[in-house]
Design a protein around this ligand. Sequence first.
Ligand code: XBP
Ligand code: MG
Length: 254
Amino acid sequence: MAILEAIIFDVDGTLADTERDGHRPAFNQAFAEAGLDWEWTVPVYGELLSTTGGKERIRRYMDENGLTLPSADGDEQAAIAALHAAKTRHYVALTTGKGIDLRPGVVSLIREAKAAGIRLAIATTTTPANVDALLQNGPLSDYKDLFEVIAAGDIVPAKKPAPDIYVHAMEQMGIKPENCIAVEDSSPGLASALESGIPTVLVTTSVYTEGQNFDGAALVVDQLGDEDLRPINRETGKPLESAVNVEILRSLHQ
Ligand code: XBP
Ligand code: MG
């Protein structure tokens, strides 16, 4: 029987609800700064989220709406990259300024797992600077000591739902998929983790992902929960006996 040795966490939607009030306004600020009249409303952004990665999302929006970006030398990909760099600047300012709270139960599960000798890593589509901005000032400000690998952004060319980011994280750790659990919030994230060979995926649904299909997940709950907020099992509609803890993860993994 495989032993649970590591937990690999997604970031956006999983550690914090960053999409609607973090990434989305940062994209809109970058568009306004560039003199574009593009506006990603809450529902429009929800549609666009099925394309992971900010540059890829901008490209999709342009293609679907017949839009172009002015570029000095005709290099549209460079123009997208520049627009996205501005978006990252706005996201970093937004998250390091007023900040975005981590979701309930995230800090306690990470600390409990670390104390139990379980290895921790991150596998995310988002830009590395965004992970730093989200975590550096909050209750996981020692995140560089907690997570032994932070696999993020363009380190792999194919983003979720491709398995590459999880494969990359596990290669860096020198660990086998059967010894890992992934924690995700979205169906592209679930697909990425399963396709990488990780058999056990816990899904904590987030603002934009509540209605998605999570076939193949070991457990789908609305949140990790804490003493006051028990997670609701989406399949049964009933609360778990406690917040998601290491004991629950070990039994899921078996
Ligand atoms: C997260 C994403 C990211 C962020 C923006 O997906 O799709 O693209 O929305 O990040 P996941 P960048 O949680 O599945 O990793 O703009 O930095 O690409
Ligand atoms: Mg996510």
